[in-house]
Design a protein around this ligand. Sequence first.
Ligand code: HEC
Ligand code: HEC
Ligand code: HEC
Ligand code: HEC
Length: 489
Amino acid sequence: MRHLLVIQLRKKAALTVGLIGGLAFLVLAILATWLPWDTDSLAENKNKPAGEKTASEDPYLYLGATSCSGSACHGSTTPRNKLRIAQNEFYTWSQKDDHAKAYEALTKPDSKIIAKNLKLAKPEESERCLVCHAMRVSPESQGTLYDLTEGVSCESCHGPAEKWLGAHIRKDFDRQKGTAVGMYNTKNLVKRAQKCLECHGGMEGKVVDHELIGAGHPRLSFEMDNYTHAMPAHWLPPQDKKEREWIGARAWAVGQAMALHNEVQLLITSRRSRDGLWPDLTHFDCFACHHAVVDHLRGVTDQDKNEQRWRFREYDGKPGRLVWRSSLYSVFRYTVNQISPEEGKTLDQLVKALHEGLAGKGGSPDAFSATLNRLAELAEKIATQAAQYSFNQRVVLALMRNISGDGQRLAAVGFQSAEQAVLALASLHDSYVDTVGPLPDGKAVKESIDALYKEIQVSRSFNPMQFEASMDKIHKQLAKTDGATRGAP
Ligand code: HEC
Ligand code: HEC
Ligand code: HEC
Ligand code: HEC
């Protein structure tokens, strides 16, 4: 539960994003830039089927969480088994996991405000909310105990149980048999990330777009390792030592690649099925628009003038243009360079093309489509490589040093990148401790990372200079670990 704090606070931060003037102007500029894509891809894609399969098309029945809750099944109140399946999964989920309260959240005042702003009658009956806040499946796919009010329940992540519920308790059952009949492979990190991102990133038909955020919904932000740890675990660590080692670092790396994949997939599908502005504003850095501006030079301090000036951007863009939310890449690129330097070069080029395409400079719509498809493919390929990569002490420390050593750039790129950098350091540090044991200066490093969390609690009061100094401090603390890791594998 170590990182729940930041996630909760991050929610509040998103809800309190301040908006400063001059935006109507921007929107006009956006329309001017994007309209060409609009007409083309609308015509091109009218008849295309929706890309991804949704839960409601599943051929199997969803049986509901009470089918899993027998006390001899997953409903024990205390762990019964220390080796494989503890059997208290239902209890953990229903008592401690926010997913079990996801439907209930739609009946609370915050949801009522969101619904009122969106002119939805009842959020708990609105398709727009239920797709993520409950296990929403078509009437034909509902078993007799299916219950929408259970929220995000077992089969939301583990797949419809009709054909494996009976079989999965037999001795000769294995995962392969399960996945053949609807069980979802949550053990596979790439698959797991894909599943979480369906709701924590979004997919066709399930989105937290700028309208929803404007209405009061928290900004979605995801990092698989931290989020997995923030869920009260209803599973045991892998028994196999090799599999257990560096699992946090692997989950982090895979999650990063899949978050990028998910983002590009969202761009592709929303372009096909869009009924409004494309791309949705959530694909851009929030703070590209939501920041203070000074629009004159006379009678203001030098500090004010600095506000006016264009800030550093992740790639060589131009002042005054919208920027893609590069937080999905600004930290991840360290990993790519580590585990797959060749792909790293291609990825750099494709990300640059994405930046340009979103600024309306990407050549023809077809060329941009091709860029998006290649980028999605490559991100998935790297995710698979990351899942198989053998992390070690030296690599994980190098990643931590490289990330913390680049505080200046990350702070300048912006709040969302800083947020990902903190999550990365926390994930890598904890993975190090889990696999190797404490760092020589472990207590100090941990304290510094905890302090960093505080700095990203509220986006509005994010201070790039302070962040840079804190990152630098961690970088220096990590330098002391040299002796301990010299000659390490
Ligand atoms: C794409 C999936 C998705 C959709 C669609 C969606 N949500 Fe959410 N919602 C989430 C996720 C994920 C979180 C948790 C975010 C986090 O903490 O990182 C969340 C969090 C919330 C919260 C804060 C929860 C709490 O316990 O404080 C509220 C309130 C909420 N959603 C209401 C709504 C309403 C109302 C709608 C429909 C108008 C809606 N959501 C649509 C995914 C979604
Ligand atoms: C939000 C997604 C999610 C929900 C909801 C969820 N799980 Fe899980 N579950 C996971 C993940 C992730 C893992 C860890 C990966 C793994 O071991 O497969 C896991 C692991 C498990 C395991 C251990 C599997 C193994 O082979 O070690 C069991 C058993 C399990 N879940 C049962 C349940 C039950 C029963 C429920 C409902 C009461 C439930 N889960 C709800 C995501 C979820
Ligand atoms: C079917 C949609 C769905 C899926 C799949 C899903 N989640 Fe969630 N998740 C939600 C919603 C909705 C919430 C907000 C619930 C609330 O606060 O009421 C949430 C909340 C959370 C929270 C709590 C966040 C906070 O701010 O306290 C964590 C942690 C989390 N999810 C992790 C995961 C992980 C890890 C996975 C994949 C293994 C996953 N989720 C899969 C919908 C989903
Ligand atoms: C292209 C510029 C742009 C981007 C990028 C952008 N927004 Fe907005 N945002 C706007 C505009 C314009 C409004 C509407 C202002 C109004 O109604 O007065 C708005 C409104 C809002 C509101 C409603 C509160 C208010 O003051 O109206 C919130 C909250 C918000 N945005 C959050 C976000 C978040 C979080 C992100 C990133 C995921 C984001 N925005 C990205 C331009 C942007």
